[in-house]
Write a protein that binds this ligand. Structure first.
Ligand SMILES: [Zn+2]
Ligand SMILES: [Zn+2]
Length: 237
């Protein structure tokens, strides 16, 4: 009961553990130290644009190489406190973060929601689910679907074989590693015919995994694909 109450009404800041009264998850200091993305991000990948960007503008990368999906949003940058929140969520067994993080992501994804939108997570291979015990993308996707009252399809996509962790690979290595690894679950294909799929993941780096997912959805008859991630890596180091 204690745990449930904490889950629904976080009383501690999710990053510094200071007691707080508000329910958006962070104390005022951590909130202002977290690089949330506001105002006209890149329409396709959610990265912040500099200068006097207009709604619908694309970043240089997305202009040079159009994305497999239509629109994308990210709640925050994968940097500073944004990075520590993702790492706590990913490796620290902090599923309680999904409540607030899912809310931030739902807010960021709001412009992408249409009456035809269905929500699905980027899949984690079962070997990695066993190791990590949960798919953080699925926790976020479930929350976004619930907050926007859209259908949620947790098993829309699956991985055909275990892919190695992408950390530390170049963009090209990432593309090769995930190529062909993601498929639509056949019995779910009917649920996306003529619909817009909103794909959810925790982090976007190059977008290689999201590209595979988007292509699989489009090949299965989705009308369009949009993506929303908790954190966007702005530039590869
Ligand atoms: Zn704090
Ligand atoms: Zn972009």
């Amino acid at each position: 009961m204690q745990r449930l109450a904490k889950l629904i009404y976080p009383a501690q800041c999710l990053t510094c553990d200071e007691m707080i009264e508000v329910t958006r998850g962070l104390c005022p200091t951590c909130w202002s130290n977290t690089p949330f993305i506001v105002d006209h991000p890149c329409e396709a990948c959610g990265r912040p644009l500099i200068g006097d960007a207009q709604e619908g503008d694309l970043c240089d990368d997305c202009r040079a190489q159009p994305r497999a999906w239509d629109r994308g949003r990210a709640a925050m940058l994968y940097a500073g406190n944004g990075r520590s929140i993702v790492l706590r969520f990913k490796h620290g067994d902090r599923t309680d973060l999904a409540h607030s993080a899912g809310q931030w992501l739902a807010n960021a994804a709001e412009p992408l929601i249409t009456p035809d939108t269905v929500v699905a997570p980027v899949p984690l291979h079962w070997v990695r689910i066993l190791r990590r015990r949960y798919n953080q993308a699925a926790l976020l996707a479930a929350r976004v679907a619930k907050l926007h009252d859209r259908p949620y399809i947790p098993d829309l996509l699956k991985r055909s074989s275990a892919t190695r962790t992408l950390d530390g690979m170049t963009a090209e290595q990432r593309r090769d590693t995930v190529a062909g690894a993601i498929q639509i679950t056949a019995k779910r294909a009917d649920k996306i015919k003529g619909k817009r799929v909103l794909l959810i993941d925790d982090v976007m780096t190059t977008g290689a995994t999201l590209t595979q997912c988007a292509e699989a959805c489009l090949a299965a008859g989705a009308k369009g694909v949009d993506v929303a991630v908790l954190a966007r890596v702005d530039r590869e180091a």
